[in-house]
Design a protein. Structure first.
Length: 454
């Protein structure tokens, strides 16, 4: 594939090496002459010195034949401009790195739609999603985030005390914005239909919004209504704020410790229902006063790696059940594993690694992207883009005869994702997240790319 990367910093250079190693044709653009000289000597890639948001520079890089354009500089505006111009000049897929959460919001202005950018990648939000997965599921149950974390999957045990035990899914009438993906019954994996009966101790993996899943869990597993988890977050960084957004659920009692008074006031304004503590999170006395030793999760996500490591170690020694840290410096990434094995830190996340992993996941020569596996290799959740030539275009999901068992989990139209209903139209360019079995994968992919209605 022909790939253009704008920005030869920590993320861009790392991606360049990964892509060169996979035999892609890589062009790297940066306006720093010294960095370009360094990259030219280190990488088997074409290096261009210049402004990556310039139409002339993009044309010189061959953007009209570009399969993927990755704008990975540290400046959001440069990245947005580069992707927007690159798309207009012919880039097939544009991926934009954006730190400011403003650009992910679509309530007032949909920036992604306005600038015609295929995908926005927010490093802080990606790290927060990784942290939130563990906090929501401390027993390491596999979950995947969809639609920038607004939709998640969660595993819920069906209790004998539930009013839904012994009923079919049709009788339950699940909330419209949810999907039951599969049931684990003993050693069996069941992809449910409307006639599937829920049984005591079934493990149901369900897709939905965090709020809806919290309410549904109380009905499926009434014992969970009294369960709460105490989460203490060190620093009010962008990663911390993204994490709080993902954990806004009555079962989480969140405390944020922040030294900067102005930031404390900002967080209180954003999240009036959480506790904000003005103080130095590196202080052992403060950690003891705030009873960190009794918390379920201690998350250190400041921009200072040394403080993150030391506060997590202190929290762990005080008795915190789980500790998680953010690692900002690439130099510290090689020791991330040893931090978990020798210091008792349960999870480490890195913005650079999270961004690179997400970008590499999105760059595929297949007509679909794999989002998550189904246990026991039964199938997978994939994402694909509806081809304009497909005969399904303009038809409702009810009119499309999908091979069974197949579940359409998410429909994204003009960058707005939702759990679709049977009367939702499928249009050219829509992105669909679909649960498929290994047997029907090829048929489903063909149907939405070039195939017939079925």
């Amino acid at each position: 594939m022909n790939i253009i990367i704008i920005g030869a910093g920590q993320v861009g250079s790392y991606l360049a090496q990964l892509l060169v190693d996979r035999n892609h044709n890589v062009t790297l653009i940066d306006d720093n002459p010294d960095l370009c000289h360094e990259m030219d000597a280190a990488y088997d890639a074409r290096i261009i010195q210049g402004n990556g948001s310039s139409a002339h520079v993009l044309a010189e890089a061959g953007v009209h034949t570009c399969d993927v354009l990755l704008a990975m500089t540290s400046d959001d505006r440069t990245n947005i401009m580069a992707c927007s111009i690159g798309k207009a000049l012919g880039a097939k897929l544009t991926i934009c790195r954006a730190h400011d959460h403003t650009y992910l919001e679509a309530s007032f202005v949909n920036y992604q739609l306005h600038f015609n950018i295929d995908l926005l990648v927010n490093p802080e939000a990606l790290c927060a999603a990784q942290l939130a997965k563990t906090i929501r599921n401390p027993d390491h149950i596999a979950v995947e985030s969809f639609s920038r974390g607004s939709l998640i999957t969660q595993q819920i045990t069906i209790s004998k005390s539930s009013a839904y035990e012994g009923l079919t899914l049709q009788a339950i009438q699940m909330p419209q914005d949810t999907r039951m993906l599969y049931l684990e019954r003993g050693n069996e994996i069941i992809i449910p239909s409307s006639s599937t009966v829920l049984q005591d101790q079934d493990q149901a993996t369900i897709l939905g919004t965090p709020e809806t899943l919290a309410r549904l869990k109380e009905r499926l597993y009434p014992e969970s209504a009294t369960q709460t988890r105490n989460v203490i977050v060190y620093s009010a960084s962008e990663t911390a704020l993204s994490l709080v957004r993902l954990l806004r659920d009555p079962r989480f009692k969140i405390h944020v410790i922040e030294k900067d008074k102005a930031l404390c006031d900002h967080v209180v304004g954003l999240f009036p229902d959480i506790t904000v503590i003005h103080g130095d999170g590196t202080s052992l006395k403060l950690l003891q006063e705030e009873q960190v030793g009794a918390c379920d999760f201690f998350v250190a996500c400041s921009k200072n790696d040394e403080n993150n490591i030391m506060t997590a170690i202190q929290a762990n020694r005080l008795g915190a059940k789980h500790t998680q840290i953010l690692v900002n410096k690439p130099d510290y990434e090689p020791i991330m594993e040893s931090l978990t094995t020798t210091l008792g830190i349960q999870q480490t996340v890195s913005p650079r690694l999270a961004t690179a992993t997400e970008a590499m996941r999105l760059i595929s020569e297949k007509p679909y992207t794999e989002l998550a596996p189904i246990p026991q290799n039964v199938g997978k959740i994939i994402e694909l883009k509806v081809d304009p030539t497909s005969s399904v275009v303009g038809h409702t999901l009810a009119q499309i005869r999908l091979p069974k068992p197949t579940l359409v989990l998410l429909l994204t139209h003009k960058y707005q994702g939702r759990v679709p209903g049977p009367q939702d139209l499928v249009l050219a360019g829509d992105r669909l997240a679909i649960l498929v079995t290994n047997d029907n994968l090829a048929e489903v992919v063909s149907l939405f790319t070039t195939g017939e209605l079925g």
